[in-house]
Design a protein around this ligand. Structure first.
Ligand SMILES: [Zn+2]
Length: 204
């Protein structure tokens, strides 16, 4: 049933972008993609950046992973999927913006803060979440603290972005802007990090 729904969805997509606008993908193929924005978002099924921001094909270059983390800059020859996507976006596509988009009720952050008893089912998640374990240090207990850690993790990922020398260079010469966002699922609000612990709403 789910798969049938997706196939029907693709048919509707094809009608919109191929039948009604025959030049749309032809141009994206001939000219190639030129997204101005990269988004680093969580794999969580509720926070698809294209859906949330109503983006069109070709607008957003997206990498999604557990808890929208940016790992530290580690050019050590190992398999760094997120870093590879950042490199491609910045050095190849020359995006002008990178948005790290966190969200409330993040399962990855919950694992980091609470889930230490179920570790036999996790070969990868716990090590991955260690990237932002510093955010957990602030964390005592309860939902409000999880919300806090979710936002702290966005800030740590932004700091890690600046550890990539070619990201830092472009930020310094004004060719690249970094944004930390946090999507509040309950309130339907989007907050942007300003400075320190200040977050401002983007929805007015
Ligand atoms: Zn998440």
């Amino acid at each position: 049933m789910t798969i049938d729904r997706l196939i029907a969805g693709f048919k509707s997509f094809r009608k919109t972008y191929y039948e009604e606008q025959p030049d749309f993908f032809r141009s994206l193929v001939e000219k190639g993609q030129r997204p101005d924005v990269m988004v680093i978002a969580c794999s969580d099924s509720r926070v698809d950046p294209s859906v949330v921001a109503k983006a069109e094909p070709g607008e957003l270059f997206i990498v999604r992973n557990v808890a929208n983390l940016v790992p530290p800059y580690e050019p050590d020859g190992r398999h760094h999927g997120t870093s590879a996507a950042i490199e491609f976006a910045v050095r190849e596509l020359k995006v002008g913006h990178i948005i790290v988009m966190g969200h409330s009720h993040c399962g990855g952050i919950r694992c980091l803060c609470e889930g230490r008893e179920d570790t036999e089912n996790r070969e990868f998640v716990d090590d991955w979440m260690r990237i932002v374990e510093q955010a957990r240090d602030d964390c005592s207990e309860g939902e409000a603290h999880l919300r806090h850690v979710e936002r702290e993790a966005v800030k740590l990922s932004m700091a890690n972005l600046l550890g990539f020398p070619w990201v830092k260079r472009r930020v310094e010469n004004g060719r690249l802007e970094l944004h930390g966002w946090w999507f509040d699922l309950e309130a339907g609000e989007l907050l942007a990090h300003e400075a320190g612990d200040n977050w401002k709403t983007l929805t007015g």
